[in-house]
Ligand binder design. Structure first.
Ligand code: KDG
Length: 339
C-alpha cells in the first residue's frame, strides 16, 4: 500500500471519527515530546533515549510520542535547561553538574570520591537524599524524573601519561561548566578550561585543550581515542545524568500522562544503568584496542589526589546545606558498615 493511499485512509478514518464525535482532534494527534541529549545516538545516552521513547509510546497507547534528538542538536545542557524552564522544549537528559547554577544542591553529586561503587550511587540517588535534591528543581521550573548513570570519570590527554600529580601542571584540561570541577582541577595544577560537552571534540582536535575527564563509555562513543593518546584511571568522581521535564509543560499534563512519563522514565533508568555498566566493563579493553595508552594512577598519587580534591568538600557542604551533607555521609556510613 503506497504512503499516499495509507495517508488518505488515515485522514478518512480521522474525519469520520471527528464527525461522529467519537474522537476529538486531540485523540488522533499524539502529544509530541522533544527530548534533547548531548551524546550521539550510538552512545549509552542515545540507547536509553530510545527505550524511553518506546516505553512512552507503549504505555500511552500511541497518545504520547517522544522524539529523541541527540548530539546537542537542541543545544548544550545549559541551553536545553533554559529551554525547558521557558517551556520551549519538553524534556532532556543531561549532567547534574551543569545544573548547579540553577539548583546549588546538585553540587552534592560533584563531590570528589564521594561514592566507592555503583551500588552506593543507586542507593543514594534513588533514596531520600536523591529525592530531596531532585525536589529542589521544581521551584526553578524543572521536574527531575530519574537519574541515569554517566559513570566514574577518568582523565585523558594528548601530551603524556599522568603518573603523578605534577604531570598535570600546565595541562589545559577541559572541565564541565561547574565551579567544583574548575576549582578541583586547578588545585591539582591543571589549567582548567570550562566548555560545553558539544564543543569538546573540536577543542581536543585543535589542541585548544590538551585533555578532559569523562567515563570510559563517553571516551569510546565520542571517539576521543582518535585525538587522546593517554588515559589515566582515576575514578575521581561518579557523575549522574538526570532526566528533566519542563514544569510549564508538566503542569498541563493529565495525571495519567504524568504516570506514563514517570513509569517509562524508571524503566529507561533501569535499562540505562544495566547497559552502561555492561558497556563500561568492556570499554577499557576497547580503548586499548583503539591505541590508547592506559595507566592506573599509582596508589600514593591517588591518595594525594584524594587529599587535594576533597579540600573542596567543605565548600560543597556549605553550598548544599549541612543537613543534606550530613544525611549523605550518614547514609554512606550505614551502607558501608553493613559490608
Ligand atoms: O550532554 C552531555 C553531557 O550531559 C554529559 O556527557 C556531561 O559528562 C559530561 C560532560 O563531560 O560534559
Amino acid at each position: 500500500m503506497t504512503v499516499i493511499r495509507r495517508t488518505l485512509i488515515v485522514c478518512a478514518v480521522g474525519a469520520s471519527l471527528l464527525a461522529s464525535g467519537l474522537a476529538s482532534a486531540q485523540d488522533i494527534k499524539p502529544r509530541l515530546i522533544r527530548f534533547g541529549y548531548g551524546l550521539n545516538e550510538q552512545s549509552n545516552q542515545g540507547r536509553a533515549a530510545k527505550v524511553l521513547a518506546d516505553e512512552i509510546e507503549k504505555l500511552s497507547g500511541g497518545k504520547m510520542r517522544l522524539r529523541a534528538i541527540g548530539s546537542a542538536a537542541l543545544g548544550s545542557d545549559v541551553q536545553m535547561q533554559q529551554a525547558l524552564i521557558g517551556g520551549a522544549q519538553e524534556m532532556m537528559v543531561g549532567s547534574t553538574a551543569t545544573l548547579v547554577g540553577i539548583t546549588k544542591e546538585m553540587a552534592l553529586w560533584d563531590t570528589p570520591f564521594l561514592l566507592n561503587n555503583v551500588q552506593e550511587a543507586d542507593a543514594l540517588l534513588d533514596g531520600p537524599v536523591g529525592d530531596k535534591v531532585r525536589a529542589k528543581l521544581e521551584e526553578k521550573g524543572l521536574i527531575g524524573l530519574v537519574y541515569w548513570e554517566n559513570g566514574f570519570r577518568n582523565l585523558t590527554n594528548s601530551k603524556q601519561a599522568v603518573t603523578k600529580l605534577e604531570d598535570l601542571d600546565g595541562i589545559k584540561l577541559r572541565v564541565m561548566q561547574n565551579n567544583v570541577f574548575l576549582d578541583s582541577f586547578k588545585s591539582l595544577g591543571a589549567n582548567a578550561v570550562p566548555l560545553p560537552f558539544s564543543e569538546l571534540f573540536s577543542a581536543l582536535e585543535t589542541k585548544a585543550v590538551d585533555g578532559q575527564e569523562n567515563p570510559y563509555n563517553t571516551i569510546l562513543s565520542s571517539k576521543f581515542y582518535e585525538i587522546q593518546k593517554y588515559l589515566t584511571v582515576t575514578n575521581h568522581v561518579y557523575s549522574p545524568w538526570i532526566v528533566l521535564v519542563s514544569k510549564k509543560w508538566w503542569d498541563g499534563l493529565s495525571k495519567d500522562e504524568k504516570n506514563v512519563l514517570l513509569t517509562a522514565a524508571k524503566t529507561s533508568r533501569d535499562f540505562e544503568r544495566k547497559d552502561t555498566r555492561a558497556e563500561a566493563a568492556k570499554a577499557l579493553d576497547e580503548l586499548k584496542g583503539k591505541g590508547m595508552l592506559v595507566n592506573v594512577l599509582p596508589a600514593p598519587e591517588a591518595a594525594r589526589m584524594r587529599d587535594k580534591l576533597t579540600r573542596v568538600n567543605a565548600g560543597i557542604a556549605a553550598n548544599v546545606g549541612m543537613d543534606l551533607w550530613q544525611e549523605t555521609q550518614t547514609t554512606l556510613t550505614k551502607m558501608r558498615a553493613k559490608k
